[in-house]
Design a protein around this ligand. Structure first.
Ligand SMILES: Nc1nc2c(c(=O)[nH]1)N[C@H]1C(S)=C(S)[C@@H](COP(=O)(O)OP(=O)(O)OC[C@H]3O[C@@H](n4cnc5c(=O)[nH]c(N)nc54)[C@H](O)[C@@H]3O)O[C@H]1N2
Ligand SMILES: Nc1nc2c(c(=O)[nH]1)N[C@H]1C(S)=C(S)[C@@H](COP(=O)(O)OP(=O)(O)OC[C@H]3O[C@@H](n4cnc5c(=O)[nH]c(N)nc54)[C@H](O)[C@@H]3O)O[C@H]1N2
Ligand SMILES: [Mo]
Length: 821
């Protein structure tokens, strides 16, 4: 039993919202910030007005962001790796790269093992049966000294630079046009504008969201964008970066706190089934430096992990029991949403707790989700509202056509408060933790989520105490130090996340000197230890609530340098740093590449400036430590080694519902048509559509006037967008005899919806490898529960397949057929 509101897109901003004003070039690709992030979007306007920034949008639709952009280029949904790979090829072949940056701060010179291969779309080590890779060969060659071999001349045929150049040489402007449908001259225009930032002193930012993440190759799309930014020297500089615009308020906090099935707080990870041994678990994560003199900060993993276990288990986490390592589950497989609903469909799940999550509306393939829920014994919905999910069993006519008597699932609704009736910290996309205060008392029987979870815990613990069970220790040994047992306060949990000293912490070099008294809050993760003397619920939040008080409640927006960092406004993880990797904004000698937009610099004795240095503050440039201190290499990676599941360099694969039926890069290798390592469940291959039956490309998205599925409960929102519609281009409308306002039926291999047709110039037909392809735009917001006019759930249409790394469903590209009713 499990299930919290999931995070569908991951990451964070390397920079932050205000910093967008420092950009010279802005690319919104895979997002629509004007519509979905209208407040943050104002920084794009600032950059245009005050910085003369050039703003481009690449999207299948001429969306609201495009309507105020300097330039718009269309792209077929699901093909961004080809487009960005094309830009990489353009930059490399036209010598438009930031050489000093790339040569010093990336893995260009690292030599890859000689058994590494890429043959017709498949990397070495592929197992067709399990659809996974043995990644052994995806690594660097090691020298006799144990370090990775490098060739600073970049001549070695297997150095990353040479492999990268070869890999993307296939991504020509012609190939971009064939796969993406972007006319060659439009692609080249975007590439040229981006290339203008390859010089020191100019920066481009990328703002992206679900148009990149919600694909079977989503994580690799982001990586391709990041690689492009590295070539341009745009990571770690003001006005640059990879900026993931997050979704729900505090979804950043959800990821930071590790509320994902395989995560622990602070991007630590749960052990796998084969990791029964504690020392091995730590060793696999505390990466040794791959080059001499590198920081490789994850070497501190055990300090973060032990302090976390002390926060959770208190005195019950001891050196003797490996700090309670046996209390942690060891995962036998991924327990993402797709997996869970698949297990439900197979009748293997008894109960499900949906907390602030409406899976019937939000997850792909609604009929499969409903079928799964129907097989549960019980469903608990913790929500302020009655949702589509809490009424999945109820017949709502064509919108939810079920046989009520056939469903035996018992449904419990536990009414919760919402954010305005609660206090605590909210983490924004900028990684800024801002404290917010309660504004109103909750109505009726509503309780805070913490109250409900606390009560559930206390009662379960009581049952374990009375009845025992197979292994009650992880529950019985949990520390529960809160003043009111049934409801920890937001202050208590926030202080726990920051961490504190459990005994007097003395200076290792001078044992007589007490650095931090027992019981005091620590001021940063540098104080954490792995001997059980510190407790910390989330190491990256260390510094948010110190002995000086609640840093997240600070509201001083002074900005002495004008760069927008406002270091005294609330608090950002890590260490109140506003731009990640900011050491890379300076040349190897420590001089800013852009003297007019300085983040940090070396003053001869230490690193200082407008931001908190992302570096050991006293580490002299001569020491030669690279700026990417979390990587064992010390530099950024083009070759991702074993990190991602599809391979070390992103490659274009077709969506699972592909309008072509083949991959133009590998037309004769069906294994490489769609991602060889995506999340598919073997019994459901037949649920993917074919272009002969479903010729149009569907994509789903948001409207400013609604927030997902719950503003349908609000009268004003429901008036401003009163009825479900789909958007189709004029050419498609003409070819199927539909006029604006007609009702249409949109069907996919999974089901159908009916809606009003909006006929628009904003979606144009595309030429894809000689075929005419039409997109169909489907807003996500409708369903049957609420005060609005009921509608169909858009996810009736979407496929049950996920990204090979994050398991995020492929919501953004699938095949449909539009017909006039
Ligand atoms: N008003 C409002 N604001 C919201 C939300 C809401 O429901 N309502 N939801 C919030 C949440 S949780 C999230 S996660 C964010 C999401 O924020 P966004 O990701 O910006 O929102 P979407 O509308 O889902 O999709 C963005 C764009 O991706 C495009 N797109 C689709 N496929 C592709 C592709 O393959 N390539 C490219 N380049 N573009 C593609 C779509 O046409 C659309 O314009 O918004 C947040 N903000
Ligand atoms: N086809 C398609 N599907 C998508 C997407 C897409 O672009 N296309 N986007 C996906 C994305 S990014 C997201 S984030 C999801 C959104 O999917 P959901 O997160 O399921 O959508 P919401 O309607 O925001 O549902 C959240 C629920 O939380 C409740 N709630 C609000 N405040 C509180 C609180 O304090 N406590 C509790 N317990 N509940 C509360 C609300 O009443 C609401 O019912 O949809 C996903 N599904
Ligand atoms: Mo989201």
């Amino acid at each position: 039993m499990a299930g919290l509101a999931p995070t569908f897109g991951r990451g964070a901003m390397t920079n932050h919202w205000v910093d967008i004003k420092n950009a010279d070039v802005i690319l919104i690709m895979g997002g629509n910030a004007a519509e979905a992030h209208p407040c943050g979007f104002k920084w794009v306007t600032e950059a245009k007005e005050h910085n003369g920034a050039y703003f481009m949008v690449v999207d299948p639709r001429f969306n609201r962001s495009a309507s105020v952009a300097d330039y718009y280029a269309p792209i077929r949904s699901g093909t961004d790796i080809t487009f960005l790979g094309g830009v990489i090829n353009y930059l490399l072949s036209n010598d438009k790269i930031h050489k000093e940056y790339v040569h010093n701060y990336t893995d260009f010179s690292f030599v890859v093992r000689d058994d590494f291969e890429f043959v017709d779309g498949i990397y070495s080590g592929y197992n067709e049966e399990t659809r996974t890779y043995d990644k052994t060969s995806w690594d660097y060659e090691r020298g006799a000294d144990g370090y990775a071999v490098v060739d600073p001349t970049l001549q070695h045929p297997r150095c990353v630079y040479q492999l990268l150049k070869k890999h993307y040489s296939r991504y020509t402007p012609e190939m971009v046009e064939r796969i993406c449908g972007t006319p060659r001259e439009k692609f080249l225009h975007v590439a040229e504008k981006l290339a203008s930032t390859a010089v020191p002193g100019r920066a481009a930012t990328i703002m992206y969201a679900l148009g990149w993440t919600q694909h079977s190759i989503g994580a690799q799309m982001l990586r391709t964008g990041a690689m492009m930014q590295l070539l341009l020297g745009n990571i770690g500089v003001a006005g640059g970066g990879m900026n993931a615009l997050r979704g729900h308020s505090n979804i950043q906090g959800l990821t930071d706190l590790g509320l994902l099935s395989a995560s622990l707080p602070g991007y630590l990870s749960l052990p796998r089934e084969h990791e029964q041994d504690y020392a091995g678990y730590i060793a696999a994560r505390a990466h040794k430096p791959l080059r001499p003199g590198q920081v490789s900060y994850w070497q501190n993993y055990s300090k973060f992990h032990v302090s976390l276990m002390k926060a959770w288990y208190g005195k019950n986490a001891t050196a003797e029991n490996n700090w309670g390592y046996d209390y942690l589950p060891k995962l036998d497989k991924e327990y993402d949403m797709l997996q869970y609903f698949q297990l439900m469909n197979e009748g293997k799940v008894n109960g499900y707790l949906a907390q602030g999550f409406n899976p019937l509306a939000a997850l792909s393939d609604k009929n499969r989700v409903r079928n799964g829920l129907s097989k549960l014994k019980f469903l608990v919905v913790m929500d302020p509202l009655a949702t589509d999910t809490s009424e999945f069993w109820k017949n709502h006519g064509e919108f939810n056509d079920v046989d009520e008597k056939a469903i035996q699932t018992e449904v419990f609704r536990l009414p919760t408060t919402c954010f305005a009736e609660d206090e605590g910290e909210i983490v924004s996309s900028s990684r800024v933790l801002q404290w917010h205060w309660k504004a109103a008392e909750p109505p009726g029987q509503a309780r805070t989520d913490i109250h409900i979870m606390s009560e559930l815990f206390l009662r379960m613990r009581e049952l374990y105490r009375k009845e025992g069970g197979a292994y009650p220790d992880p529950i019985l040994h949990l520390d529960w130090p809160y003043a009111q047992q049934h409801e920890a306060t937001a202050q208590e949990t926030a202080m726990e996340l920051n961490g504190r000293a459990l005994v007097d912490l003395t200076d290792p070099k001078d044992p007589g000197k007490v650095l931090r008294k027992a019981g005091q809050q620590i001021s940063g993760f540098g104080e954490l230890r792995d001997d059980g003397s510190t407790a910390c619920g989330c190491w990256i939040f260390a510094g948010s609530w110190t002995e000086e008080g609640n840093m997240m409640a600070r509201r001083d927006n002074s900005d002495p340098t004008g760069i927008g960092n406002t270091l005294n406004w609330a608090w950002a993880w890590p260490a109140n740093r506003r731009v990640l990797y900011n050491r890379a904004s300076c040349d190897p000698q420590g001089r800013p590449f852009n003297p007019h937009r300085q983040l940090v610099h070396w003053n001869g004795r230490r690193w200082t400036g407008a931001d908190v240095p992302d570096f050991v503050a006293t580490s002299a440039p001569e020491a030669g430590a690279g700026p990417f201190i979390m990587n064992a290499e010390g530099v950024a990676r083009f070759f991702s080694r074993k990190l991602l599941n599809e391979g070390p360099f992103p490659e274009h694969y077709e969506p699972f519902d592909t309008p072509l039926g083949y991959n133009p890069l590998h037309p004769n290798n069906p294994k490489a048509t769609s991602s060889p390592a995506a999340r598919v469940f073997t019994p459901i291959w037949e649920t993917f559509g074919k272009p002969e039956e479903f010729p149009h490309v569907g994509t789903t998205y948001r409207l400013t006037e609604h927030f997902h599925y719950w503003t349908r409960h609000t009268v004003l929102n429901s008036i401003s967008q009163p009825e479900q519609f789909v958007e189709i281009g004029e050419a498609l409308a003409a070819s199927i005899g539909v006029k604006a306002g007609d009702r249409v039926r949109v069907s996919s291999k999974r089901g159908y919806i009916k809606a009003v047709a909006v006929v628009t110039k904003r979606i144009k037909a595309m030429q894809i490898d000689g075929k005419t392809i039409h997109h169909v735009g489907i807003p996500i917001h409708w369903g049957f529960k609420g005060v609005a006019k009921p509608g169909f759930i858009a996810n009736t249409l979407t496929p049950f397949v996920g990204d090979g790394n994050t398991n995020t469903p492929e919501f953004k590209t699938f095949l449909v057929k539009v017909e006039k009713i």
